[in-house]
Ligand binder design. Structure first.
Ligand SMILES: NC(=O)c1ccc[n+]([C@@H]2O[C@H](COP(=O)([O-])OP(=O)(O)OC[C@H]3O[C@@H](n4cnc5c(N)ncnc54)[C@H](OP(=O)(O)O)[C@@H]3O)[C@@H](O)[C@H]2O)c1
Length: 336
């Protein structure tokens, strides 16, 4: 079988395609034929060794997000059977409840080998069934970005119909948040560096779009669009450079889910107090969240937004495409 490894963590040009033996599932384990994998911003920092949210295994098989079918099960496997369509969960150890520090050491494509391989063995607990209407490519976009967006919108103060959600940019996490918020009956305001991307966001259901390059004081525009009230939820992927504006865009008592660090800057803690906002760090989510999200995706027939699909041989080009940030939604690698 073919698989990639990152021997040096000096950037994605080190990605090495190699041949390996198909592994055998042991007790409680499941062999999955991976059909598609997707990229997250995280995978760029994993590739260059700068990932800070957990340890990195040496000579790593990269990527956390993959979907495929069960081809073989070891003894005592009861959760899945051959032929089942499944995806791996981001932190193999976080099945439900609150996050625990040890779960970070179970993150695929980081602390442990990931899914950029034609065959991967998982513990049976580390898999979920995927919604029937999704292709493998679509399902491969779910484990990190979608679960993170779901946790942001439902994990603390679950989103309600009629609320307003602000999503920053049009990358993987933000587009999923947009789709979940629309399905929940909420109004979405999206920001982007590009008018063309805002057009796409509107097509996915965003009520309003703000070009943050042309409108650097976009938080004032968000307040104007909400009659001065501010939004109920902010899906904050920008980090320190955007957080002060996100806090200013939130309503009194609103939730700012801090997810990403795409920018640098300074934040005045008093603005949190003055704004009465809840700033909450979000780190992907549990298997229970993934399963709840899949029920919503199936019910609303939500289609993940895929920007481009690259063949396995062009994995480095897929990473390059992610880095160039021209995409809307997700970038996928096919292992068909
Ligand atoms: N905490 C977690 O569990 C978790 C999980 C997933 C991702 N993340 C983090 O969340 C961030 C986004 O991840 P992703 O996979 O969705 O990335 P992605 O698909 O690469 O999307 C990045 C997008 O962010 C937007 N962006 C960049 N700078 C911005 C700014 N100053 N203001 C507003 N938007 C800006 C851009 O959208 P436009 O081109 O439209 O401007 C860009 O395309 C990353 O930092 C990632 O590490 C964290």
């Amino acid at each position: 079988m073919r698989l990639y490894r990152l021997p040096k963590h000096e950037g994605f040009d080190d990605l090495t395609l190699m041949e390996g033996d198909i592994p055998t599932p042991g007790r409680g384990q499941v062999l999955v034929r991976i059909r598609a994998a997707s990229l997250n911003f995280r995978d760029l920092s994993v590739a260059n060794g700068r990932y800070v949210m957990g340890t990195l295994a040496p000579n790593l098989v990269p990527l956390s997000d993959g979907a495929g079918e069960v081809v073989e099960t070891g003894p005592d496997v009861t959760r899945v059977k051959p032929g089942d369509r499944v995806a791996g969960i981001f932190m193999q150890g976080w099945l439900g409840g609150e996050i625990e520090p040890s779960y970070r050491d179970t993150a695929l494509g980081g602390a442990i080998d990931g899914v950029l391989a034609e065959y991967v063995v998982f513990d049976q607990q580390g898999l979920v069934h995927i919604p029937a209407h999704l292709s493998y490519a679509q399902a491969a976009t779910l484990p990190c970005a979608a679960v993170t967006a779901w946790n942001a919108l439902t994990g603390l103060h679950p989103i309600l119909p009629g609320q307003t959600v602000l999503v920053l940019g049009t990358g993987g996490v933000s587009i999923f948040a947009l789709q979940f918020a629309v399905a929940a009956g909420a109004r979405v305001i999206a920001t982007s560096s590009s008018d063309a991307k805002l057009q796409r966001a509107r097509a996915f259901g965003a009520a309003d779009g703000i070009n943050y390059t042309q409108t650097p004081e976009w938080q004032a525009e968000v307040r104007r669009l909400t009659d001065g009230r501010g939004v109920d939820h902010v899906v904050e992927v920008g980090g320190p450079g955007t957080l002060p504006r996100s806090i200013a865009a939130a309503r009194l008592g609103g939730v700012v889910s801090m997810i990403g660090v795409l920018t640098r800057g300074q934040i005045d803690p008093l603005s949190i107090l003055a704004g009465g906002v809840i700033v909450r760090g979000v780190f992907v989510g549990s298997r229970a969240m993934f399963e709840a999200m899949n029920r919503a995706i199936a019910l609303h027939r939500i289609e993940p937004v895929i920007d481009r699909i690259f063949p396995l041989e062009a994995a480095a080009q897929a990473y390059r495409a992610l880095k160039s940030a021209q995409h809307v939604g997700k970038i996928v690698i096919s292992l068909e």
